[in-house]
Design a protein around this ligand. Sequence first.
Ligand code: HEM
Length: 457
Amino acid sequence: MDTLASTTSAPRPPLVKGLPVIGSTLNMGKDPGRFFVDCYRQYGPIYRVKVFGNELTVIAGVEAATFMNTREGKECLRSREAWEGMVQEMGMTKNLVSVDGDVHKDLRAAQKWGYSREAMVGRYNKVLDITSEAIARDWRVGTEIPVVRTMQHLVIEQLGTILTGRAPREYVDDIRTTIMYMLNVLVVRMRPKFFLKLPEYRRAKARMMQLGRDMVADYRANQATRQVTPENRTLIDDIMQAHERDPELIPEQDVPWMIAGPYVAGLDTVAMTTSSCLYMILKHPDIHRRMREEVDALYSQGPVDEATYMRSLPITNNVILEAMRLYPIAVAQVRVANKDFVFAGHQLKERELIYLGTAVPHFQHEFYDNPEKVDIDRFDKPRAEHLKSGAYSPYGRGPHTCLGKSMAEVILVMTMSKLIYELDMELPTPDYELKTKAVPTPGPALSFQIKVKGRRH
Ligand code: HEM
C-alpha cells in the first residue's frame, strides 16, 4: 500500500457526488454500511463524503482493515477527538477508547484479564440462570416483544452478573438512558448538545454514576476480609489494583466510570447484534430448526460444562457469525489523522476526521460467495470465507479492537441459544422485512417486535 507519512503534491481523495448543500447526508444516514460499499465500488478505497455541511474522509475495504493493523496505521491514526466529548462528559481524565500509544497499552493491559473469557470462569451456569429468569419474566407467552429494548435489559443483567455477581436491575433504565444520550450527542453527534441538559438524562446519569461509586465503595468495604480467588476475581479487582499501583494511570475520578465500562461498551453492541440475529433466525425456518436441534441436545443434559460449552454449539456460533457479517454494529471506526500522510496516492491532512470502513468486505463477492445471501455454513472449513485476510471485522481492527470480544462471544451464544431453547417465537408476519436504524449503533429499529407463541421448555 502506497502510504507515506508526509505532505506531497498528491491529490485529495475524490469527493463522492451528492446533492447540492446536503451532499451525501441522506444516503449515509439511511444505511451507512451500504453507502460505504457502494462508494468503494465506485471510487476505490479512499474518498471524501459531504455530510451535515462537513467533509470527512473514508478509507474503506480490505485496505482499511489491513492499514489499521500496520505500524504506519498506528502512527497515522489517533482516537482522541472521536471520543473526547464523552470522556469530558463523564468527568474522566482519559478513557481506554480515547487514548493511543503507551498509555493505551498500559490501560488495556491493566483490564485485559477482567474483560477476558477467563473472567467468566465459574459463572457460566449463573449467567445462564439469569438469562432464563429474564426470559421467563420479560418474554411472556402471548405478547409482542419490543426486541431491542428487551435485549438491552437482558444484557445489563448478564454483564452485572459477570462483573459483580449481581444484576443491577433497579439501574437498567438509567444505564440505557445515559448511554443512549451520550452516544447520540457526543459520539455520533446526531442530537444537539442541549439534550444533555434534559432532566431525564441528568437523573439517569447521576444514578449511573452512583452505581459506579457504590461498586467502588463495596469493593473497599470488603477489601480487608475478602480473599480474591480465580473464581471470584472480576474486572473491578483489576481496575482497583491498577489504581492503587499507579494512580497516575488510573486516577480516583476515573475509577467509577471505568468500572461501569462494560455497560457502556457492551449494552448496544450486544443488544443490536442479538436483535438482528433473532430476526435472521425467525426469517429462516431451516436455520431455526437446526438451532433447535442443537440447543435441545445440550440443555436437556442439565448444567453446562464450561470447558466444552462453546464447542458444543457450532451451529449457534455460525448463526451469530453470519448475523455479525450482515448486520455489523461498527460499519466504521472513527479516527483523526495524527499527521499529514498519503494513502493510496491521496493526501490526508493532520486532524482531519477519518471513517475506517472495515466492514465493507463483508458485502463483497471477492470474499464471500453470494454475499447478500444468509448462509451459516460459509464459516466451516474448507470454505471458512471469513478467514481470508481482511474479510471479517465485526470487532474492529487495530489497537482498539474489541477488548471484550471473547466475553461477548459467550454472552451472544448464551442469549441466542437460551431464547431458541426456551421459546417458540415468530415474526409479526411471514413476509416481515426488518427495518433498521443507523444511530447511535446500527441495527434493528426500535419498532422491531416478535410474537412469543409459547414456551418450549
Ligand atoms: C456484539 C458484541 C460486540 C461487538 C460487535 C463489539 C465491537 C467493538 C468494536 C468494533 C470496537 C472498536 C471500536 C473502535 O475502534 O472505535 C470495540 C471496542 C471495545 N469493546 Fe466491544 N464489542 C462487543 C461487545 C463488547 C462487550 C460485551 C464488552 C465488554 C464486556 C466490550 C468491550 C469493549 C472495549 C473495552 C472496547 C475498547 C477497546 C479499546 O479502546 O482498546 N465489547 N468493540
